[in-house]
Design a protein around this ligand. Structure first.
Ligand code: NCD
Length: 311
């Protein structure tokens, strides 16, 4: 199935049937990757990864996904060595890249940058994070991971940490309620979920995510604890960051109040919000997420860059 748009810019642009199709395609991809099969759907196609901001997982998993589909990759990571340093605009950069590649996966510090890029070129643009706004492919792989562990319907997901600047949780807010997944939120007062997202989600789905009083309460309530890093780089005032740094930490003591089959997800990188002692517990699923990121991105690349049917 093709998506309605040539691009993936925001989770808010996706319809439920599209999300379902992406998840199904990712399941197929998972099967082939587990069998160690090399696919050829995107043979001869080139993906440009334009990363104006730091990234490890998102860029490398896009590159891995493209390579596993038989395609190839060009791109940059950081603007040093590019004409961006000479003052080239984003629009000019992508218009030129369009001559070298069949699709773009990009990350940029400015909100709205991916949308602008998508409007400037005819090839598909996939948003790998635009400032504090959206990170739809991460949210899709989060959803895929939850689906591997739980029935999406009626599962309770607690989003915690930096809900103000965290773009992955902004994207998740649109995807989870599509499947009847319950959301509640917990964060330091100054890092709450933006009201416009709360309002939009309520308008669309008729339910407003509940606020938990504390991380401890959230842990008791949750089937899935989705932990985020406090996004230091987005704080206009470093003192403000210092005031909240280290305020949300998941450790073994906290987890003594959790359901036995609760799972912990994190988009990574983590700083200190999940103690390493948690890694060896059955709750920890954040490294599985990294693996699923490849198959979800394979699905998306195939759907957007015109690969043939699976198999
Ligand atoms: C996230 C991001 O870049 O928004 N990382 C990722 O893509 N896996 C989360 C973060 O940086 O905290």
């Amino acid at each position: 199935m093709k998506l309605r748009s040539k691009d993936l810019i925001s989770a808010a642009d996706l319809e439920k049937r599209e999300v379902k199709a992406i998840l199904e395609e990712a399941e197929h991809m998972l099967g082939t990757v587990r069998k160690g099969r090399q696919l050829k759907m995107l043979k001869g196609k080139i993906l440009a990864t334009l990363f104006f901001e730091p990234s490890t997982r998102t860029r490398l998993s896009f590159e891995s996904a493209m390579t596993r589909l038989g395609g190839s990759v060009i791109g940059f990571s950081g603007t040093e060595g590019t004409s961006v340093r000479k003052g080239e605009t984003l629009q000019d950069t992508v218009r030129n890249v369009e001559n070298y590649a069949d699709g773009i996966a990009m990350r940029h510090p400015l909100e709205g940058s991916a949308r602008l890029a998508a409007q400037s070129v005819k090839i598909p643009v996939i948003n790998g994070g635009d400032g504090a706004n959206q990170h739809p492919t991460q949210a899709l792989l989060d959803l895929f991971t939850i689906k591997q562990e739980k029935d999406l319907r009626n599962t309770r997901v607690a989003l915690c940490g930096d809900l103000k600047y965290g773009r992955t949780v902004h994207s998740l807010m649109y995807l989870l309620p599509m499947f009847g997944t319950e959301i509640s939120i917990v964060s330091p007062e100054v890092l709450g979920m933006p009201e416009h997202i709360m309002d939009e989600v309520e308008g669309r789905y008729g339910t407003r995510p509940e606020k938990q009083a504390s991380l401890k309460e959230a842990v008791k309530w949750a089937d899935v604890l989705y932990v985020t890093r406090i996004q230091r780089e987005r704080f206009p005032d470093p003192n403000e960051y210092e005031r909240v740094a280290g305020s949300y930490v998941v450790d073994s003591r906290l987890l003594s109040g959790a359901k036995k089959d609760m799972v912990i997800l994190h988009p990574l990188p983590r700083v200190d919000e999940i103690k390493p002692e948690v890694d060896s517990t059955p709750y920890a699923k954040y490294f599985d997420q990294t693996f699923y990121g490849v198959v979800v991105r394979m699905a998306l690349l195939n759907m957007l860059m015109g690969g043939g049917r699976h198999g």
